[in-house]
Design a protein around this ligand. Sequence first.
Ligand SMILES: Nc1ncnc2c1ncn2[C@@H]1O[C@H](COP(=O)(O)OP(=O)(O)O[C@H]2O[C@H](CO)[C@@H](O)[C@H](O)[C@H]2O)[C@@H](O)[C@H]1O
Length: 486
Amino acid sequence: MEVLSVASELYPLVKTGGLADVAGALPGALAGSGVTMRTLVPGYPAVLGRMTGGREVARFDDLFGTTGRLIAGRVEGLDLIVLDAPSLYDRPGNPYMGPEGWDWPDNWKRFAALSWVASELGLGLVDGYSPQVIHAHDWQAGLVPAYVKYGPSATLKTVMTVHNMAFQGTYGADIFGQLRLPPHAFSVEGVEYYGGVGYLKAGVECADVVTTVSPTYAAEIRTPAYGMGLEGLLNNRSSTVFGVLNGIDTSAWDPATDPALVQNYTANSVQGRINNKRAVQEAFGLEPSDGPLFSVVSRLTWQKGIDLLVANIDMLVAAGGQLAVLGSGDTELENAVRGAAQAHPGRVGMITGYNEKLSHLIQGGADVMVVPSRFEPCGLTQLYALRYGCIPLVSRVGGLNDTVIDANIAAMQAEVATGIQFAPPDAGALADAIRRTLALYADEKTWKKMQRRGMKSDVSWEASAARYAQLYASLIGYSTDDAQDD
Ligand SMILES: Nc1ncnc2c1ncn2[C@@H]1O[C@H](COP(=O)(O)OP(=O)(O)O[C@H]2O[C@H](CO)[C@@H](O)[C@H](O)[C@H]2O)[C@@H](O)[C@H]1O
């Protein structure tokens, strides 16, 4: 089976969040399942700069008013097709915004072009390459299913994966005329969304199958509180909406070999984490205390519930805890965390910005990873935390609900707890959860057992990759038993 994945970011080339991790890991995870996955990505400087030995496989004289070409090649083990269109993608900043933090005003065009090119690839643009399924990720690839639906192919199938319902790519109706879609696509069955154009809406409406990244989030988004306007549509097509839990790349995230750690360790040598803890404390300007070190590695946004944690910092510090926060995002939240760090020198530290290597060290040295999200489609940081023996303290929503077993009485008696959950996602419930965490930390034997259990829990891609392979196969009437024989 040939599947073309379409993503606006891809680890290790370009990453602003979890989408890159998933798009980067899925092709490798599918190897052996009979699925060959290539990925179409925009030719950002970070992508083209790493591309050596690629070959041009197509040219566009009129790509939404500019020119472009496709370059195929392998980078970091990934089979890529890169859309090299300098006037669209050769820009500073991250994939979506300039260095000043403003979204590029032509994002609608940049990602319509990406999606249109994907559908052309599906129609056989490049000799010898004919994907049977196109797997579109998030709103940036949301128009792919629309181009396919309104295009000439009766056999090409599409999967739309929603990594975050909060980002929908909605634009005014005025752009519709430039999207290369037939007039009747501007309708409820197509791309029209509250009088404008909705990219994610188009994907959710037009794809053959819609997936999201955890079973709980798949259920949540069918309600107004989480569906963000698309709940009605998702309810209408509920038999074709699935939750497939994310996994993580267990070789890139392996405490036994991770080069970002000061000390490598396994489930049988968790005491070695202390050297990483000291390194984290040093990096964040914290005292070398043996009290519980809480940590955050996150975008600092409302979704992530960082304000709920800020409200509890005084209590956490008074109880002997420390906090290390790595992240950037909303100015107000950044300032709130910075203010707490100034108020508690040596106890609370903050490093602003994005730092992949430091994020590994934190997982390998902090005692607790706090993920107090208001909603969380899947969440990857708690999965890394489990793998690294850093106890996850999470709100009971979305994928956090599906991946962490709360240390409640029953779970403790059955010896299955791997972390601490709280609900509802508010500051009071988090305060109780912090107190429970402090009590567990004080019981060294129990804490170690929880760490080891977490480290042994299955956070790999294995089961989920098989599920994606099965979904693709079901779309094209291909038996996965045949796939095993491939
Ligand atoms: N300052 C920093 N420095 C270094 N690394 C940092 C960092 N800030 C964040 N990260 C990293 O970025 C990734 C964030 O992934 P998440 O899944 O937790 O959230 P995100 O909201 O981006 O993803 C969305 O898509 C993913 C993928 O489907 C879903 O899991 C998730 O719920 C959904 O919101 C992790 O790998 C984390 O370590």
